[in-house]
Design a binder for this molecule. Structure first.
Ligand code: HEM
Length: 498
């Protein structure tokens, strides 16, 4: 016997669900139509799907192809591209100052919180703090990055570089290639670990990555997902509730290890020539909790090690794939120095060709390849002659900008001479190259990074002949999830006999 009441309830249920789905689809469609045709950014060019929704932009970001996709978009649509309903990408040398710089009579643009604070509950640090607290932190930290501080830090840095050279000698003895990309990472992590927490990670000692560092590598991919979810807060909250217990436990273990590191640093005498000393001295005045101190030390490690190591791997690869440039660099290093003890943080400044190689390396393989978005302040702002409405997100995507033929001749080939005033490259817009950004929130560690990179590269090319391993010729074909996903860069090292 058919129960009519049951059928009626069943049909009501289905019509309720259908109505719900219909309403959701109508909402999404009307929002997309509004975004494309009626939004204040409608007049800017870009792919239709990106104007309609943020999803395509995040799809590119979580697939790791954003830097390359941005180049294609700029080639097709020009210097300004609408990459999301509320975001514009700018690809022009002048955009740097207008977006990142000190703006005349106005405050600098704030950083976009969806990008910089993917987990709102986490303590803040110098990179994502608000303008006022950022200024205070920066003033204190700047002492640790001064020229005097760098001179005092030299013995510490040199100690790790010497250990790197020793390990490279040991590991290349049988003629097998070494994974140079790992060794660069070990070295920069150990150096920054010591400068930010008062102790190294023991990577060079143990010839392995510390677990703490492995966690940072995994964070890049998760970071891009969390950034996307910032636009759908309910989904983010839901997903956070179902994070597996093992992940939460790993996070807690990491937290405890870091707290122990910071406690040990705080127990050591004042005046250690490192980067956190300035913060420790003024922690009460700056109202810094232990967690904020840790958060600052952690961001120094993330920002100061992976970036420098990536560039070292990138420039080594590019040099080994460009024999003429490699030969010229080796010539410069070996004719400038007779003894490796003469190679210091000061004397490496003589290596002008090496500096050009590093700059060209940053152009072809910028450690921070994607745009770091800012928010247009109240009242709007002028960028590249266009009036941009308030609350628009704006960014410059480095990899894409540096690979545009409009600004760099032969952008896909390694030409250090473009940074040595070669007439062939006189039309290059060298002012487009800002790997350390510009303005009040630019990189504090620029000098430290250059010193480290020059010292390491000079000592390696002084001590070894390098040859890329056959299976590393495609090394540069990588994805990017906030950081480059570097595969092993294998290199044969032959000690130079003197
Ligand atoms: C090749 C190596 C490096 C590159 C390409 C690089 C790049 C950058 C960039 C683009 C920013 C701006 C971030 C933003 O706008 O949100 C930045 C900020 C920063 N970097 Fe670096 N960096 C490098 C090495 C280092 C090193 C070795 C340190 C030392 C620990 C360091 C410390 C910092 C700090 C403290 C900030 C924040 C500055 C502020 O907000 O006032 N960086 N870096």
């Amino acid at each position: 016997m058919v129960d009519l009441q049951e059928i009626r309830l069943y049909l009501y249920g289905w019509s309720g669900i259908s109505l719900g789905i219909f309403m959701i689809i109508s909402y999404v469609l009307s929002k997309a139509i509004h975004n494309v045709f009626l939004h204040p950014l409608s007049r800017f060019p870009g792919p239709l799907s990106h104007a309609a929704s943020r999803v395509p932009y995040f799809w590119r970001s979580i697939r790791g192809t954003l830097p390359f996709d941005m180049l294609e978009m700029h080639k097709k649509y020009g210097d300004i591209v609408r990459v999301a309903p509320d975001e514009l990408a700018f690809s022009h040398p002048d955009a740097w100052n207008e977006i990142m710089g000190h703006r005349q009579g106005a405050l600098e643009m704030e950083k976009a919180s969806w990008f910089y604070r993917p987990i709102e509950e986490d303590p803040l640090h110098i990179v994502n703090e608000s303008r006022e607290q950022h200024g205070r932190l920066r003033r204190q930290m700047a002492h640790g990055f001064s020229e005097k501080a760098l001179r005092d830090q030299e013995p510490l840095i040199r100690g790790y570089v010497n250990l790197l050279l020793q390990r490279l000698r040991e590991n290349s003895q049988g003629g097998q290639p070494v994974v140079l990309s790992d060794w660069y990472n070990y070295t920069t992590f150990d150096i920054i670990g010591d400068l930010a927490f008062g102790e190294s990670f023991g990577c060079l000692e143990g010839s392995v990555y510390d677990n703490w560092i492995k966690g940072i590598f995994a964070a890049g991919r998760i970071g891009t997902i969390l950034q996307g979810l910032a636009f759908v807060p309910w989904l983010k909250r839901l997903l956070m509730l179902i994070v597996p217990k093992s992940v939460q436990e790993a996070r807690n273990t990491h937290k405890k290890l870091t707290e122990a590191k910071m406690s040990r640093r705080m127990a050591t005498v004042d005046g250690r020539p490192d980067i956190v000393d300035g913060l420790l001295k003024r922690k009460e005045e700056l109202s810094l909790s232990v967690h904020e101190l840790i958060s600052n030390a952690e961001i120094l490690i993330i920002g100061g090690s992976e970036t420098t190591a990536s560039l070292l791997s990138g420039v080594t690869y590019l040099l080994l794939e460009s024999p003429e440039a490699y030969r010229q660099l080796v010539n410069e290093v070996r004719s400038t120095f007779e003894d490796q003890n003469d190679i210091t943080l000061v004397t490496v400044n003589k290596l002008t060709y090496m500096l050009a190689c590093l700059d060209e390396g940053m152009r072809m393989y910028p450690p921070i390849a994607n745009g770091l978005p800012r928010v247009v302040p109240k009242g709007g702002a002028q960028v590249l002659g266009e009036w941009i409405p308030e609350n628009t997100y704006v960014a410059v995507h480095q990899w894409a900008l540096y690979h545009r033929e409009k600004y760099f001749m032969e952008p896909n080939t390694f030409h250090p001479e473009r940074f040595l005033s070669s007439p062939k490259f006189s039309t290059d817009r060298r002012d487009a190259l800002r790997p350390f950004h510009t303005g009040p929130r630019n990189c504090l560690g620029r000098n430290l990074a250059y010193s480290e990179m020059r010292l390491i590269l000079a000592l390696i090319t002084f001590n070894f002949d390098l040859e890329i391993s056959d299976d590393s010729h495609d090394w540069i074909k990588q994805k990017n999830f906030l950081m480059w996903q570097k595969g092993p860069l294998k290199v044969h090292l032959k000690p130079v006999i003197r």
